[in-house]
Design a protein. Structure first.
Lengths: 457, 457
C-alpha cells in the first residue's frame, strides 16, 4: 500500500526532520541512532527537554539541536511541532494524546513506546485519513514483546501449529553482579514511581488453565509465582495489568492460558507484598500532617512504638521470617531523619527511600530479561517454544533498558520515514512489516532471543 | 440568643409544617414522633418517598400527607420544600447539600442524621445569616454518640477532671437470640452497601497510647481488636474513619488515645478480612463480562477450579482454620446460580449474596450497642468512665436502629421548632443545649446509658 494520493503525500512530507520530546533516562540509544540516521538522510534532529543539563549530555557528543522546553507550554510545543516530519515522545504517557493532536494539525507522524489508551485510539480515523502514522507501544514492553511474540506465533501458525497457551514475561532488573549487597536485588532502570505503584491501576486479569483470574492489587504480589527461565534461573513473576486485552490483538481466543507477567529476582515479591499490606505503597489516602520521617510513617502504619524496630514488629506479627529482616533493614525504614519534603501519600515516602537505596551507582549494569513460553500442538504433538532475551547494560548511563526501549522505537521511526509503511492511523506494531523490519536490525545490535522448542506431551 | 430580629423571624417562620424526605428503613419511629408532635402543635406533616408502597405503610396508621417523589426531580423537590418550616432528609448523604441549598432559598430549616461534608459546611455562613438551623449528625452514630459523650466529658471537666483518653464504639447488630444459625451473627439493620464497602473511603486514622495510626483499608479488619463491654461481653471492634477529626469538636487535643470504632460480634472481623483480601468487597475494578454467578467470581478471585469448594481452597491456603469454613459455607459462595443482574464490581456480587443471607426475617430483633470508655485524672487519681447503651428492636420493622436514628433526629427537630434554639447555621449537636434537650427524653423512651466509674491507677 502506498500513501493515499500524491497530493496528500506532498502535504504529509513538508516536515524537515525529527523532533524528540524528552532527553532523560531512556533517550541515550535512541538519540544516537537518530543522529546517525539524520546524518545519512540530511534530516535535522531537534531534541527538547525541561533541563538544559540533560540536553548538554547529548549535544556534547551528538549532532543535534537541543531546546529547553516546558512541555506544559502548549504554544511553545506547537511551535516546535510545526514543520516537523515526525514527533517522537518520551514524555509521560498522559501527555501523548495532546501531542498527537498537534501532530494531526501540523501533518506530522507521531511515535512513542507507551500503551495506546482510549484518547489515542480516538485519533485513529483522522490520522488514517490524513495518511499519518501514529506508532505506539514500540519500546521494550510493550514493544519488543509484540514483535518477538508475533513473529514466533506467526511462524508456528504458518507451519501448521495451533497455539494453545501464551505466557510472556519481562523485567527491567539489575545485573546480579551489581547488587550483591542488596537483598532486594533490584535497582531502578526506569520510572521509579511505576515500580512503587505497580498493580494499583485495578485488578490484574488473565486466564490460566482455562480459569479466568481477576487478582486484586493488594494481593497481586502474594500471588506471584516462581518462574524458571531456561539458561537464566529462577525469577519471581507477577501478573501485569489486563492480559486478556491481548486476546484479539494476538489472535488468542482459544488458548487455555493467557498471561503477561513482570519479572523480579527471587523473593522480591513476597517482601514487596509486606510493604503493600502495611500500606507503604498507598497513593490514595492523605497522610496526617505530623508524618515527617520514614519512622513516623512506619509508626502510623504498623503501630510500633518508636523504640522498637520495624523488623522486630514484622517478626512478632509473622509477616516475615527471621532471615528476611535484612530486606527491610536494608531500606532503613526506621529512619527518624526528616524528609526533605512534606509527603501527602505513603507512596511518596517509600519512593523517596527507594530512590536513594535502589539507585544505579557508577559502574552498575542493569539487565533486561524477556521470556515467552508458547504452548502449541503441531502434527498431533504438544510442544512448547521457549524464547529468551537477556540484555545487560554497559554502565549506569548506557543501560539495557535505554537500549531496548530506544532502539526499537528508533528503528520503527526509520521504517515510517522510509516512506514504504503499509499502515496508517494509530498503530500497535504486531504485523510482519514491523517485526521483519525491526527484529533483524536489533539482532545485529545484540538484542537477540535464544529459542528452543521441546515436546511436552 | 434569640432569632436575629423580628422581621427575619417573620421571614423564617412562614412555613406550614415539616417535610420528611424518605420513608424507608429508618423512618418508622421518626414519623410516629412527628405525627404526634404535629398533632399537638397543629403543623402539617408531609412525607415523600419514591415508593407508594413505603408511604402506604405509614399513612395506614399515622396522620400524614404521603407524596410519591423522585428525589432527582429537583423542580418537584423544590415545589415541596417551598412554604415548609423544616425539611428532614433521610435520603443518601450526597443529596443533602442540594436539598439544604433549596432550604436556604425558601427559608426552611434542615435536619439530617448524616455527617457534615465540605459542601454542607460551605452553607454555614448563609444559613447563619438567614437565621436558619441546618442540624446534622443527629441520629445514632453520629448523633447519640455526640450527645452522650459530650455530656459525660462536660461533667468530668466541670467536676475538675482532665480527660486523658477517649474511645467510643457503636454497632448496629442483630440480637444474639435471633442469629443462632448464622455464624456471622450479623444481619442488616441499616444500609447494606455501607457494610460491604466499610473502610474503603481511605485509611482509618486514630491515636492509641500517644501513637498516631493510619491503617490501610485492606488491613482494617485484620487490625480489629477484641473489646470487652461491661455487662454485654466480648465484641470485635475496628477503627471507624478519621477519629482525629473529632479532636477539636470534642476538645481532645491532649489525649493519648482517641479512637472511634465500629462493633461486630466476635470473630466477624477476621472472617470479613478474608473477603476483603480475596477481593469480594472491591468496588473499583470492573469485572470481566463473563462473571455471571457467585461461583464465577470466586473462581476469578481465588483461581480455584469449579469442582473444588471455596472453603477447601481457603483451608489449603491457610486463610482460615477448619472450624471457620462454616462462615463461608453459610454464604453459599460457590453458588453457580446465575445472578439476576450483570455485576460491574465484585462488591455488587457480595452485596447481592448478603442481602439474601443477612436479611432480618419476620420476628428478628436487631440490637444497637454503644460504648464510651473515657479515661481521666481527677483529684490526682486515674479513673475510667464506662458508659454503655444497649437497645433491642421490637421486630424486623420496629428496629432498634430505626428508633435510635429516628428519635434523636425527631427530638432535635422539635427543639429547633420550639423557637428557642440558641445556635444557627450548620450545626453538629455537641453543646449542652442539645444533649440536655434530647437525652432525658430519649431516656424516657428507653434509650438509656448505664454508666460506672472505676479507678485505674
Amino acid at each position: 500500500m502506498k500513501w493515499p494520493g500524491s497530493a496528500r503525500l506532498q502535504e504529509v512530507f513538508v516536515g524537515n526532520g525529527i523532533l524528540v520530546l524528552g532527553a532523560g533516562r531512556s533517550s541515550r540509544f535512541l538519540l544516537k541512532q537518530f543522529a546517525e540516521f539524520c546524518g545519512k538522510t540530511g534530516r535535522i534532529l531537534t531534541v527538547c527537554d525541561a533541563s538544559q543539563q540533560e540536553l548538554d549530555k547529548h549535544t556534547a557528543c551528538l549532532s543535534l539541536e537541543g531546546k529547553v522546553l516546558d512541555a506544559s507550554d502548549s504554544a511553545a510545543l506547537e511551535q516546535l511541532i510545526e514543520g516537523k516530519e515526525m514527533v517522537v515522545s518520551l514524555l509521560p504517557p498522559l501527555m501523548h494524546p495532546a501531542i498527537a493532536a498537534l501532530c494531526l494539525k501540523h501533518k506530522a507522524h507521531f511515535a512513542s513506546a507507551s500503551y495506546v489508551g482510549d484518547a489515542m485510539r480516538a485519533l485513529n480515523f483522522e490520522a488514517h485519513s490524513s495518511g499519518l502514522v501514529f506508532l505506539n507501544e514500540l519500546g521494550l514492553d510493550p514493544g519488543i514483546d509484540h514483535l518477538s511474540a508475533m513473529r514466533a506465533m506467526d511462524e508456528i501458525r504458518e507451519s501448521g501449529g495451533e497455539i494453545t497457551s501464551f505466557e510472556s514475561y519481562c523485567g527491567g532488573l539489575v545485573s546480579e553482579a551489581h547488587c550483591a549487597d542488596n537483598p532486594w536485588k533490584y535497582k531502578f532502570s526506569w520510572n521509579p514511581r511505576s515500580v512503587v505503584l505497580a498493580g494499583q491501576g485495578g485488578n490484574s486479569l488473565f486466564r490460566q488453565n482455562h480459569q479466568l483470574r481477576s487478582v486484586p492489587w493488594h494481593r497481586l504480589f502474594a500471588e506471584a509465582k516462581t518462574l524458571s527461565i531456561p539458561g537464566l534461573g529462577e525469577f519471581d513473576a507477577y501478573a501485569n495489568r489486563d492480559s486478556l486485552s491481548y486476546t484479539s490483538l494476538y489472535r488468542l481466543d482459544e488458548v487455555s492460558t493467557l498471561l503477561r507477567g513482570t519479572l523480579r529476582r527471587e523473593n522480591y515479591c513476597k517482601n514487596w507484598q509486606v510493604l503493600v499490606e502495611l500500606g507503604f505503597t498507598d497513593a490514595q489516602s492523605t497522610l496526617p500532617v505530623s508524618v515527617c520521617s520514614v519512622n513516623d510513617l512506619c509508626c502510623a502504619l504498623t503501630g510500633k512504638g518508636s523504640n522498637q524496630l520495624l523488623s522486630g514488629w514484622l517478626i512478632e506479627n509473622n509477616w516475615i521470617r527471621l532471615e528476611q529482616t535484612a530486606w527491610f533493614d536494608f531500606l532503613n525504614l526506621e529512619s527518624k531523619q526528616a524528609l526533605g519534603f512534606k509527603p501527602n501519600k505513603a507512596s511518596e515516602v517509600l519512593e523517596s527511600v527507594l530512590l536513594d537505596k535502589w539507585k544505579l551507582m557508577p559502574g552498575d549494569c542493569d539487565e533486561v530479561v524477556m521470556y515467552h513460553r508458547i504452548g502449541f500442538v503441531k502434527d498431533g504433538r504438544k510442544q512448547q517454544l521457549h524464547s529468551v532475551l537477556s540484555v545487560t547494560g554497559e554502565d549506569e548511563m548506557h543501560t539495557a533498558m535505554a537500549k531496548t526501549v530506544g532502539l526499537p522505537l528508533a528503528l520503527g521511526v526509520e521504517l515510517v520515514l522510509s516512506g514504504n509503511c503499509p499502515e496508517t492511523g494509530v498503530i500497535i506494531p504486531v504485523s510482519k512489516y514491523w517485526y521483519n523490519g525491526i527484529l533483524p536490525l536489533l539482532e545485529q545490535m545484540g538484542i537477540r532471543f535464544a529459542e528452543h522448542t521441546e515436546f511436552s506431551d
